[in-house]
Design a protein around this ligand. Sequence first.
Ligand code: UD1
Length: 338
Amino acid sequence: MRLFVTGGAGYIGSHAVLEFLRAGHEVVSFDNYCNSSPESLRRAAELAGRKAEAVEGDLRDRAALMEALRRGRFDAVVHFAGLKAVGESVRQPLLYVENNVVGSANLLVAMREAGCRKLVFSSSCTVYGLPLRNPVDESHPRSALNPYGRTKLMIEDMCFDLAAAEAGWNIALLRYFNPVGAHESGRIGEDPAGIPTNLMPFVMQTAVGRHPHVEVFGSDYATPDGTGVRDYIHVVDLARAHLAAVENLALFAGAEPVNLGTGRGYSVLEVIRAASQAAGKDIPYRLAVRREGDAPEVWGDPALALRKLGWKAQRGLAEMAADHWRWQKQNPGGFPRP
Ligand code: UD1
């Protein structure tokens, strides 16, 4: 297949590009590198033995998008590009609307112009808000806790409305739980700009000495050890789910959501323990107050992904931590910045 991949240089995008290349697909990445580096695409090419074409471009530039899409005669689009920092979205909501919502609208318009109606979109378990029950399945009511989450809801709604209005669209809305880990080579991985807000990258940066300790946000939740529980999923498992989705888009009648998680939760302390084991050293942490807006526990029901895509996560927490650590140790400062 010929695949147009937005955000192909990002954390999840680069791992998916590697799987697409390995499976023999042609890939064009469209990325503005606002939170990524073209170095990830070079390394994915090195690992795959073939490379993706890299186009530097911004989703807000509809003309550039149309030009890139029209030139390529693509079979499908995989849309990773977007901003994802919750706190930043509270401070700069319009930035999130412009990049995520307007950017996605531009992409859908350009796809229609180019005659391509097959899309895989990076949604998130954030669309479930504070879960009413666990595990969360795709029929769970949706709500947003912050402007970032609202952009994911708006983009999903745009896809539902479009698919209802026009025949011929096949759209997979992939709702990720908490992606962590890295490719087993340690050559590509997560390289967040600034201080990470997510747990695993913060824990790993603490292990290499970039922070004095991890703050555990809340130790008085009604969970087995009192700390928050999440469904962490290895990024390589996630990347393989994208390969399954893109190769089976015909099964998606209109726009349909699918959870991508492992179906089990781990606590913050379990994550810190697994990371300490992987790194072979104690990672200092302190119990702190709850972070506003956090759910006590969230884990997904992965049954639909198995039924529809024949996909199931294979890697557990120890492997997630070992692979994330290998990447962090080999690249303590992330990708080299130009
Ligand atoms: C967060 C976002 C979510 C987004 C996802 C992926 C919030 C409220 N939610 O999910 O919308 O889709 O990232 O980017 O930000 N924790 C600590 N110490 C830390 C960091 C985190 O104890 O320094 C805890 C949290 O309280 C939580 C768990 O670790 O229990 C996971 O946190 P995080 O990695 O930020 O993911 P989510 O909050 O689940």
